[in-house]
Design a protein around this ligand. Structure first.
Ligand code: AMP
Ligand code: MG
Length: 518
């Protein structure tokens, strides 16, 4: 059995807070603070990902050892590990929030080049009014969703393992004056690094150009090796790459119907990976205005259809923070303006692929937007709709095609009259369009099934796993983990998860309503 030996690239090369006591404060002129996890009273392993363990070089026999539980739950410090919390700032819901930092995440260092972090590991100087802990429900959601996203092909942090801490945590789940005890949990997650837009915003806001530049140089050297330019150009190239990755990321979210829920700049990774799974959700009935986050119910800033615009808004904040290293607005504006012009054609192309169309035609955009109108007018399950669409044959009539899609509609009795005619009209256009493709039905179906998942982590599925876990039963976590490892495969043995949201979940807390409380 091999015990992991940690590396400390981040802390060796960047600047540490000079105060070592653990109390909430502003931490000037430092990238991080050394801080140890709070020792959990009775850590219990609930689930781990073998694949992620492999990435870290952890051997199979190590994973069943007590050392594994102790090290990755924060009970014991690993060899060479010098745990720390990062300092960062951010814009929350569009407003400048100042210093935030890792309030409950503690980094252990790097293994095999991966940064390893415990979420819910106790208070840090950045905990502000929080307790530093995380509850079981949100930890299950993070663990399962990170792995599900990876297998969907969406860039993301990964999750090694989920532990119960053995300590209870008080949470007012809906912020409505009903605090209750919940089980505390710890997720061990990994990423190339956990550097966020907010890390740059922090130093820019403080006018601390030395630490801003140190952070930028560190990030570029280690994570953007293709950047070979120097001087100002280096930082311009860096922005360009973050913009490209962020655009690619948000496009993937729109493809699978993922709503992040809290796209604050402190939750935006410079690697263009999904980070910080909080009140996220999956579109069930397609609706661009939908957000799972009740904290955002009024303005719906982070609604599904707004995600690309918000991503761009966030990139503006990153560009503003890099400005002191560049001192020219024009190259930054060119890059940011290009986001808007590039997003639209890439979105259309992505949707064309979802529809199984390879040839590009002028009217495709119209076809796509009229489909989106139909989807929302009829309360249609997004995932099921696109998956079933692959079964439509070129030789079908529009009526036959519609018949094939009925399982996707929440209110089948509404598919009559004008609504039905709209669907028939759209399907007629789609069938004509399919005739213009040389691809056979079989090949198109195969291609569509690689881009339109059959299984996603529907909000109610995660909630069922949470309800069972609260009773001490973790079998469903494993089952969902297995289904979601192959989201594009038919997996007939898991057919029950290819189902619309059940009625009971429509308004249930945790299924359609989530707050930032976690
Ligand atoms: P989030 O929106 O969940 O990513 O969190 C925003 C900020 O609040 C980050 O700085 C977190 O570290 C901090 N935070 C969230 N929950 C807690 C908590 N329970 N204790 C301390 N800090 C927290
Ligand atoms: Mg966060």
């Amino acid at each position: 059995m091999k015990t992991p030996i940690f590396q400390n690239q981040f802390t060796d090369q960047l600047v540490a807070d000079t105060i070592s006591n653990n109390y909430v404060r502003l931490v000037p002129a430092a990238h991080f603070s050394y801080i140890s996890p709070k020792i959990p009273s009775q850590p219990q392993l609930i689930h781990y990902s073998e694949e992620v363990a492999e990435l870290l070089g952890l051997s199979a026999d190590y994973l069943v050892s007590s050392d594994f539980v102790a090290l990755f739950s924060g009970q014991k410090t690993g060899t060479n590990s010098k745990p720390f919390a990062m300092n960062y700032a951010g814009h929350q819901f569009g407003n400048w929030a100042g210093q935030l930092g890792d309030g409950r995440a503690i980094n252990l260092g790097e293994l095999n080049q991966w940064s390893v972090q415990l979420k819910g590991a106790g208070p840090t100087p950045y905990s502000r009014r929080g307790d530093g802990f995380a509850v079981l429900r949100s930890s299950i959601r993070e663990h399962l969703c990170s792995e599900a996203m990876f297998h969907l092909g969406v860039p993301t942090t990964r999750s090694l393992a989920l532990f119960l801490s053995g300590d209870d945590v008080v949470r007012d789940m809906l912020y409505n004056g009903n605090p209750a005890l919940e089980k505390g949990a710890i997720v061990c997650r990994i990423a190339p690094s956990f550097i966020r837009f907010g890390n740059f915003e922090l130093f820019a806001s403080q006018g601390d150009l030395i630490n801003l530049q140190k952070l930028a140089d560190y990030t570029i050297t280690h994570y953007f090796p293709s950047i070979t330019s120097s001087g100002k150009q280096k930082y311009i190239d860096f922005l360009q790459q973050v913009v490209d990755r962020s655009l690619a990321l948000v496009l993937q979210w729109q493809r699978v119907g993922f709503v992040h829920g809290v796209m604050n700049t402190d939750n935006m990774s410079v690697h263009g990976i999904t980070i910080d799974y909080g009140p996220y959700g999956w579109l069930e009935d397609y609706h661009p205005d939908w957000t799972p986050n009740t904290t955002d119910r009024e303005n719906r800033r982070y609604r599904f259809g707004n995600q690309p615009d918000i991503m761009l808004w966030n990139l503006y904040q990153l560009a503003n923070s890099l400005y002191p290293l560049i001192e020219e607005t024009e190259p930054l504006e060119i890059i940011l303006n290009a986001f808007a012009t590039q997003y639209e054609p890439q979105y259309v192309n992505m949707m064309r692929n979802k529809l199984g169309l390879k040839v590009s035609k002028e009217d495709d955009q119209k076809l796509i937007y009229s489909l989106l109108d139909n989807l929302q007018q009829s309360e249609t399950d997004m995932t099921i709709f696109f998956r079933l669409l692959a079964n439509v044959s070129k030789t079908n009539t529009a009526e036959e095609a519609l018949e094939n899609l009925t399982f996707a509609f929440y209110q089948l009795n509404e598919i009559t009259g004008l609504t039905k005619s709209r669907w028939i009209l759209w399907l007629e256009q789609y069938l004509v369009r399919l005739q213009e493709e040389s691809t056979s039905d079989t090949l198109r179906q195969q291609q569509m099934n690689q881009i339109n998942p059959k299984y996603v982590l529907r909000n109610y599925m995660a909630q069922l796993a949470i309800d069972e876990a609260n009773q001490g039963n973790y079998a469903l976590i494993e089952e969902l983990y297995c289904v979601l490892k192959k989201p594009y495969d038919e997996q007939p043995e898991f057919e029950k998860w290819f189902a619309k949201r059940p009625d009971w979940a429509r308004t249930k807390v945790g299924c359609s309503m989530l707050s930032c409380s976690s």
